[in-house]
Design a protein around this ligand. Structure first.
Ligand code: ATP
Ligand code: MG
Length: 424
């Protein structure tokens, strides 16, 4: 078929394709982030890529940028109002409640991995389609659970070889102590010189103002009341336990009293992982406790904690640090047949190798020796199995070590076991 497109298709703005060989690093990051979770009692959960829009307006918050500006919403042909998921927590909680998981043993520990969508201004590290791996522990209030999640994320980054990340930690208080603090903060903020949008935030989401990235705002925030000075005894105690457990696990963190999430159902522990090699898109992950969220979406009281780590930014962080991941060879053995009979014979060898767990590939398309050897080298395989009519007549194949260049005949019947042995 010979198509002459008028214009070539491009990936939509703010998106990019994951293609080999770079895509291998993404898979490895997802694997490395989820491995510590899978070893810690977290079960895998997968929810739809879209939900009723109301789940997010309630479960992420009407006053957040995510809901007001960044959500992809759509009306179906049947009239349903849906949104592409901008984050994972609300969906996971919805699914757990729907399946009554919370009526079994608590906490319910779940992990997920998938695509998320936000209509943002695209830039490096900020895309309209991106990947997260996340974890949620539902239905228990226990500082050890908060600490566990932070330790698992820390260990995941470490296992990838990342060094230059920092953990920022704060407590947001709870329904006992936050209301009074919120009122004190609102009083303070109302006395400042702020634009209209920020003024509106004072009413609906004042803690978020603390998080404003603009210098002109930050300068005015000097002297703002800080939650740290308003925490009730129970919150102070809880936070101290989390800090002790992290310290005992050898996980370094920085207290950041301006780190906020800013919605009423976020409580106590809040944290962010930042990487210093990423410029302004420095957050590689974040999370915290959300004791009131279940009730916000119509469920029972279910104190919970979770995090989501950005896969795209983690890959960028690895590049920024120059970390080379040790990826398993995509192809270990490459078969190069010369002639029809050899094609049939080596194809069975390749199938056998694959069934024995060896990554093997084949020179398809009837290539000549030179081109086929080029493909073998390009594949990254350590060994090539080469055979022509004369080899087969003698009952052998040529086994070539592509690293050393050495080549030797091997009996056709033993080549698979020989390769398995070489691999150890
Ligand atoms: P930011 O402050 O950078 O906008 P956020 O607070 O919106 O981040 P979260 O909602 O906490 O981010 O999501 C968790 C992680 O997901 C982030 O730390 C980041 O690594 C990643 N992430 C969020 N939005 C994007 C995006 N648009 N493109 C790529 N990764 C993203
Ligand atoms: Mg954001």
């Amino acid at each position: 078929m010979n198509l002459h497109p008028v214009s070539t298709f491009k990936a939509p703005k703010g998106t990019y394709d994951l293609i080999p060989p770079d895509s291998a690093a993404f898979l490895a990051v997802r694997e490395a982030i989820s491995a510590p979770l899978r070893r810690s009692g977290y079960g895998y959960i997968e929810t739809p890529g879209f939900e009723n829009v109301e789940l997010f307006s309630r479960g992420v918050g009407e006053s957040t940028d995510i809901v007001t500006k960044e959500m992809y919403t759509l009306t179906t042909k049947g009239g349903d109002e849906l949104a592409l998921r901008p984050e994972g927590t609300a969906s996971v909680l919805r699914a757990a409640l729907e399946a009554n998981l919370h009526r079994g043993g608590l906490p319910v520990k779940l992990w997920y991995s998938g695509s998320y969508y936000r209509y943002e201004r695209p830039q490096k590290g900020r895309y309209r389609h991106f990947s997260q791996v996340g974890a949620e522990a539902l239905g228990a209030e226990d500082p050890a659970l908060d600490a566990e999640l932070i330790i698992l994320a820390h260990d995941a980054y470490r296992s990838l070889g990342l060094r230059n990340f920092r953990i920022l930690l704060n407590s947001l208080g709870d329904k006992e102590c936050r209301p009074a603090y919120r009122a004190a903060l609102q009083d303070f903020l109302r006395g400042l010189d702020l634009d209209d949008e920020t003024r509106r935030r004072i009413d609906i989401n004042p803690l978020r103002v603390l998080d404003d990235k603009r210098d002109a705002v930050q300068q005015q925030l000097v002297g703002a009341p800080m939650l740290r000075d308003h925490l009730c005894e129970a919150c102070k105690e809880y936070h101290e336990r989390v800090r002790e457990l992290l310290t005992a696990a050898g996980v370094a963190f920085e207290d950041d009293e301006k780190l906020v999430r800013g919605l009423d159902y976020y409580t106590r522990t809040t944290f962010e992982f930042v990487h210093d090699g990423l410029g302004s898109q420095s957050a590689v992950g974040g999370g915290g406790r959300y004791d009131g969220l279940s009730e916000m979406i119509g469920g029972p009281e279910l104190p919970s904690v979770g995090w989501a780590l950005g896969v795209d930014r983690t890959v960028l962080a690895l590049r920024a640090e120059g970390v080379e991941l040790e990826l398993p060879a995509a192809t270990e053995v490459f078969a190069v047949p010369l002639g029809e009979e050899a094609r049939r014979a080596l194809f069975t060898v390749v199938t056998e190798l694959r069934r024995a767990g060896v990554a093997a590939d084949f020179a398809y398309g009837g290539k000549g020796l030179k081109n086929a050897m080029k493909s073998a080298n390009r594949s990254g395989a350590r060994y090539a199995v080469v055979a022509g009519e004369r080899d087969l007549a003698e009952g052998v194949v040529q086994l070539k070590d592509l690293e050393s260049g050495e080549q030797a005949p091997v009996a056709f019947d033993t080549v698979v076991s020989e390769l398995l042995a070489k691999r150890g």
